[in-house]
Ligand binder design. Structure first.
Ligand SMILES: Nc1nc2c(c(=O)[nH]1)N[C@H]1C(S)=C(S)[C@@H](COP(=O)(O)OP(=O)(O)OC[C@H]3O[C@@H](n4cnc5c(N)ncnc54)[C@H](O)[C@@H]3O)O[C@H]1N2
Ligand code: MOO
Length: 459
């Protein structure tokens, strides 16, 4: 199991790369075989090989006339029309002759000895000049222009060659890939089961709202209490990423938390535990306190790290491994402020899950991991100068607009919400992007800065 070995305070990239490594060690994943129709957007758990060449036979790309090599090379020649070839009905026994042309429909097999197709609209019916762009009857004379060899012929194997890899484990079944698999005669496909994630949120001040079924059970709040925003928000993001989620509310009692975790381990059998809150420096940090007493309650913690990632918000972080009778379960702990939880998930865990989780190839995980550095840039638009905190990369929430800088050319403009508070969840809910500011840097507007989309549909 990889232990965290950070040289000082880790960057966002270092920390999320570490989480991916740890998850690879501790989260094996399961696969299921599904009818293709139910596999949309799922992650492949196996490579899929092509069974067939596609196209599986040379066929016409146009409704037109097939010509032999000699026929096609002649300038403006007159041909005799042969029997027509509709798609799906190849000619059984056909005669190849340089003076004979076959009317052929788009998708129909090219007859033996024929090498080019001339679209019907380029033909001329000599006996019926008043009906242009129509097919001649068998034995009728028509005039056709010259055509280069291969014109409008779709070659066997041009798209796919039997035996080649169509898609690799870890790739997502997009509608286009699903169509490709269907075109190969596949009716089922083996995909990764979504990770089973136990989401734990709370603290004594936090009141649960939604039940598992989405029923509203909100009770009145006493002064000082708040409704749980993070549990439903994390669940919603995880479900978007294909996870099966169970959510529990936790109070401030660490012993009770351990008891809950044991119970959930037995009944729900999670692959990953995610907590939000209870990890900083207060007196009632339930997650920290629970991890501290877990070994004395017979739950070994073979790996434990609480610390800071050099970013704001989402700085305080924790990662632990819980050993349930030899089964090691990763627990990832995000900070409790709602925007901190949102940003932590989007930047640190979502990339791993979206890259295929345990089925993602190391290459894909690595390249997804790199996207923070490779993020696109836009032009920062602000009224007043802004300074990011020293030693921390800041992620401001904001909106993105495409502005036509010259006719037909667009540039991205970024409008940050200048209030950085990580309790401002509604402000974050109106944002399209996280706008990244470099540590200790003052911006006056007009600078090119990186941005990260935070809505799933944009990623
Ligand atoms: N002395 C220090 N105090 C704090 C530090 C620090 O470095 N030193 N860091 C601050 C930062 S930054 C953050 S972020 C928070 C992280 O603390 P926790 O993870 O322990 O989170 P909590 O204290 O439990 O909660 C923080 C805040 O968020 C509200 N909250 C918690 N859970 C939910 C929920 N499910 N739904 C809605 N709101 C929630 C909670 O009521 C608090 O207001 O620590 C700072 N303090
Ligand atoms: O990291 Mo806290 O996440 O700044 O609010």
């Amino acid at each position: 199991m990889h232990k965290p070995q950070f040289d000082g305070t880790p960057s966002t990239e270092e920390y999320r790369a570490y989480l991916a490594l740890l998850l690879r060690d501790t989260f094996i994943g399961r696969a299921e075989n599904l009818p293709l129709a139910r596999a949309t957007n799922r992650i492949l758990a196996q490579d899929v090989l092509a069974r067939l060449d596609v196209p599986s036979f040379d066929n016409s790309q146009m409704d037109g006339y097939a010509l032999t090599a000699e026929g096609a090379s002649r300038e403006n020649r007159i041909f005799t029309v042969g029997r027509e070839i509709p798609a799906g009905r190849p000619l059984q026994r056909s005669r190849a002759s340089d003076d004979l042309t076959y009317p052929i429909m788009t998708g129909a097999p090219i007859p033996k000895g024929y090498v080019a197709v001339v679209p019907v609209e380029h033909s001329e019916r000599i006996e019926y000049p008043d009906v242009p762009e129509s097919f001649g009857r068998p034995s009728e004379k028509i005039r056709l222009p010259q055509a280069p060899k291969g014109q409008f012929i779709r070659r066997r194997g041009e798209d796919v060659v039997a035996g080649q890899v169509l898609a690799r484990a870890g790739e997502r079944v997009t509608p286009a890939l699903l169509g490709t698999l269907a075109a190969q005669g596949y009716t089922r496909v083996t995909v990764a089961c979504g990770p089973r994630v136990l989401v734990c949120t709370g603290g004594d001040e936090v009141r649960p709202t939604l039940t598992e079924d989405g029923d509203d059970t909100a009770t009145d709040l006493a002064y000082g209490q708040i409704y749980d925003a993070n549990g439903p928000m994390l669940t919603s993001m995880l479900v978007e990423d294909g996870a099966v989620v169970r959510r529990i509310s936790i109070g401030d009692d660490p012993e009770l938390l351990i008891e809950h975790l044991r119970e959930e381990y037995e009944t729900f059998a999670p692959d990953i535990i995610i907590t939000s809150g209870g990890i900083s420096h207060g007196k009632y940090e339930v997650v920290r306190n629970a991890i501290a007493i877990a070994p004395s309650l017979g739950l070994p913690i073979p790996l434990s790290w609480f610390g800071h990632v050099s970013q704001q918000p989402g700085g305080p972080q924790g990662v632990n491994v819980l050993d349930f009778n030899g089964h090691r379960l990763p627990m990832i702990s995000f900070p409790g402020n709602p925007v901190s939880t949102l940003i932590s998930y989007v930047l640190m865990l979502r990339p791993y899950l979206r890259a295929g989780g345990p089925y993602g190839t190391p290459h894909e995980v690595a390249s997804r991991m790199a996207t923070l550095d490779n993020a696109p840039r836009g032009v920062l638009v602000i009224d007043k100068p802004l300074t990011a905190p020293a030693n921390k990369r800041q992620f401001l929430r904001g909106n993105l607009t495409m502005v036509e800088s010259e006719p037909g050319t667009y540039q991205v403009e970024l409008y940050p919400d200048v209030l950085p508070g990580s309790h401002l969840l509604h402000h974050a809910a109106t944002a399209d992007v996280l706008i990244e500011l470099a540590p200790g840097t003052t911006y006056t507007g007009g600078e090119a800065v990186r941005y990260h989309r935070i809505r799933l549909t944009d990623n």
